[in-house]
Design a protein around this ligand. Structure first.
Ligand SMILES: Cc1cc2nc3c(=O)[nH]c(=O)nc-3n(C[C@H](O)[C@H](O)[C@H](O)COP(=O)(O)OP(=O)(O)OC[C@H]3O[C@@H](n4cnc5c(N)ncnc54)[C@H](O)[C@@H]3O)c2cc1C
Ligand SMILES: Cc1cc2nc3c(=O)[nH]c(=O)nc-3n(C[C@H](O)[C@H](O)[C@H](O)COP(=O)(O)O)c2cc1C
Length: 607
């Protein structure tokens, strides 16, 4: 690039739990390799008026809530919408990551894509929409957009002034305090070290589930939250697992590795910065390079002669014709010397489904059992595995009711995989390594803008939250009680059995007694001959649910996204059709457009 050409590119990320941020970092690597000078920019705190200073812009963003911006992007987005800064001369492209199981798939990315175009920026490449397995789609986008961006000839901006009319630049000392924003200083990047003061199992005796009530002390953190928000927890991997993985690698725990968080020992990296309890596709795919680099020697027989010792007569005189299947008579081909690991890898690499099945329930001990002999350095390893991600938990308390603390309702993930007992990373951490009194448990707030109580306390609320879905409704009920809200509260709860999984039974019973809960419906799926789920009870009370909704009531759902929330959604549409006198299409439109989007009276916190 000539001296007066600008080779800079700005890669903005909007990210809540780090996926889009990771992709921004990986995009920077590709951009730098193409001769661009890439800068990764957190949208948080970026001034909308400075956007157009960048002539090449890439936006990589996730979507949260119900089609909303991730938290770090909200301010910038709102300012761009309010100020509409002109973006002529800017070239851009957007990569949106999301999850097709949400109705508003990749909406935040779509909004950015439309907005930048509307403001006059030029789209170099179509927006890329990526589903949960976002790597391949992102890679396709990055590989196509970077060459296009690199090929743009952009002149460097002329120096601001070269005449006599010079301005004196005076550096103004900004007092420290005025630099701070209203936002809490604690974040996913700078989590607060809290103390867990309560940690016990909520399930009844004999239950095969383990659901814990866990209380975090907020101390003097100044952390604030509202009912409906979530708490982010940053887990620490079990040192036993870390030690075992390092042995399986044959690596030195003190080896210094380069990571996204700087240089550190391999041991520290695996404890606090990477996910080693679940193998990923990227690592397994990368193993192919090991086979390609392993020298292999093919041997074949090309000549066979046999001469009798006594007489010197030649009885066999065979020479290879050059044909693949040409062997001397009576020749037995030797056993294949192909490494079985190579055969396994090829079968996984050839078939996505087989790879998915292989990865399910396997950690890196399992994978290294199959492939560890190929030799991986600590650095090889961390370069391919996933970065550690925080996990979110719906807060189960109201700050007015439980001041200075945050309560969670956590379903512990335990399973058997390859003959060993395994746990989810964070739930295993919280259940097994964070007894009451443990300090230094890293947390941050993840506020919601959508899953909130009605502003008007007189409004009725229907809450459907089986299993751990009860968590935010415990917070809502506490808050409604603290506010002395006059609106009625109807709770649908359920799980396997009343004896084993009736979480917060005493509290719920007390709320029924004192009138905080006006109506309670409990669905037990393993109690009698027939499975009863919350949606069955909704259908049973269809007329009354319609009555509440028709009179301005709010409808909330929390918990399992894949099954429960979908069935509840369908049941709600059926209820509106049947009792609201609408056709099926009208009821769908009413629920998904009017209730959900326009009036925001149907709110979901599903995961
Ligand atoms: C906004 C939000 C709110 C949430 N609120 C809550 C809440 O209130 N309470 C709550 O408990 N959770 C909640 N979650 C879920 C929570 O964030 C975690 O996803 C969950 O606790 C699991 O985390 P983990 O780190 O323990 O498991 P991970 O390490 O993430 O492992 C989970 C994975 O383990 C694997 N796995 C699970 N079972 C098996 C098996 N039998 N065999 C093989 N593999 C298996 C699956 O791949 C599964 O995806 C919420 C999530 C979101 C996004
Ligand atoms: C509570 C929650 C809400 C979400 N809402 C949406 C959504 O409306 N649309 C979508 O496409 N993806 C949605 N997602 C999926 C995220 O965008 C996806 O997990 C993404 O990889 C997160 O990236 P990040 O770590 O950079 O924030 C949601 C995820 C969660 C946990």
């Amino acid at each position: 690039m000539s001296d007066n050409l600008d080779n800079s590119i700005a890669i903005f990320f909007g990210s809540q739990t780090g996926n889009a941020e990771d992709l921004a970092m990986s995009t920077k690597k590709i951009a730098d390799q193409s001769g661009l000078n890439a800068e990764v920019i957190d949208m948080d705190g970026f001034d909308a008026q400075n956007l157009a200073n960048h002539k090449r812009i890439l936006i990589i963003t996730s979507t949260w809530g119900e089609g909303e911006m991730p938290d770090n992007a909200i301010d910038l987005w709102e300012k761009v919408c309010a100020e509409n800064p002109p973006m002529t001369g800017v070239h851009y492209s957007v990569c949106a990551i999301g999850d097709t199981s949400y109705d508003e798939f990749c909406q935040a990315g779509i909004d950015w894509d439309n907005k930048l175009s509307e403001l006059g920026a030029e789209r170099t490449n179509q927006i890329q929409l990526c589903d949960v397995e976002f790597e391949p789609e992102w890679k396709q986008w990055a590989d196509s957009v970077i060459p296009v961006m690199a090929a743009l000839e952009i002149q460097q901006e002329a120096p601001v002034s070269d005449g006599e009319d010079t301005e004196e630049v005076v550096e103004i000392a900004v007092p420290e305090a005025s630099k701070t924003t209203e936002k809490s200083e604690w974040s996913a990047k700078n989590p607060y070290d809290s103390t867990v003061t309560v940690n016990y199992v909520l399930n009844g005796e004999g239950s095969r589930k383990e659901t814990r009530h866990i209380v975090f002390d907020l101390g003097d953190s100044g952390l604030e939250y509202k009912a409906g928000d979530a708490l982010g927890v940053i887990p620490v991997t079990s040192t036993d697992l870390v030690d075992d993985v390092i042995v399986a690698l044959g690596a030195n725990p003190d080896e210094i590795v380069d990571t996204h968080a700087g240089q550190m020992t391999l041991h520290e990296a695996l404890c606090n910065h990477y996910e080693i309890h679940q193998a990923n596709r990227k690592f397994v795919a990368s193993i192919g390079a090991k086979f390609a680099s392993t020298d292999s020697t093919a041997i074949r027989i090309v000549k066979r002669e046999r001469v009798l010792v006594d007489t010197g007569d030649q009885t066999v005189n065979w020479a290879w014709s050059g044909q693949d299947d040409d062997y001397p008579g009576g020749f037995m081909p030797p056993m294949s010397n192909v490494d079985p690991a190579e055969e396994l890898w090829e079968s996984l690499n050839a078939d996505g489904k087989e790879m998915e099945n292989y990865l399910w329930g396997r950690d890196y001990i399992d994978v290294l059992n199959d492939f560890g002999h190929l030799g991986f350095s600590g650095q090889d390893f961390v370069d391919q595995i996933d970065r550690l991600k925080p996990r979110l938990y719906s807060i189960a308390s109201s700050p007015d009711f439980e001041p200075g603390t945050v309560h969670l309702t956590v379903g512990i993930v335990r399973y058997e995989g390859q003959g060993r007992s395994k746990t989810g990373l964070t739930t295993g951490y919280l259940a097994d390594r964070v007894p009451e009194g443990t300090s230094g448990v890293r947390v941050f707030m993840s506020p919601t803008r959508s899953f909130i109580l009605p502003e008007d306390g007189k409004k009725d609320m229907i809450m459907v939250g089986p299993g751990t879905g009860i968590a935010p409704f415990r917070a809502f009920l506490q808050q409604r009680k603290a506010d002395e809200a006059e609106g009625r509260n109807w709770l649908f709860f359920g799980d396997w059995t009343e004896a084993g999984e009736y979480l917060y039974r005493d509290e719920i019973s007390a709320y029924v007694e004192d009138g905080t809960i006006d109506k309670l419906d409990l669905a037990w799926s393993r109690e009698g001959p027939e499975k009863v789920y919350v949606q069955h009870l909704m259908a049973k009370h269809a007329a009354e649910i319609w009555d509440w909704i028709n009179n301005g009531g709010y409808f909330y759902v929390c918990g399992d996204k894949n099954y429960m929330a979908k069935d509840v959604h369908t049941t709600l549409i059926n209820i509106c059709a049947e009792h609201g006198g609408m056709s099926d299409d009208e009821a769908k439109e009413f629920v998904e457009q009017t209730l959900m989007r326009e009036e925001k009276r149907y709110l979901r916190d599903v995961y």
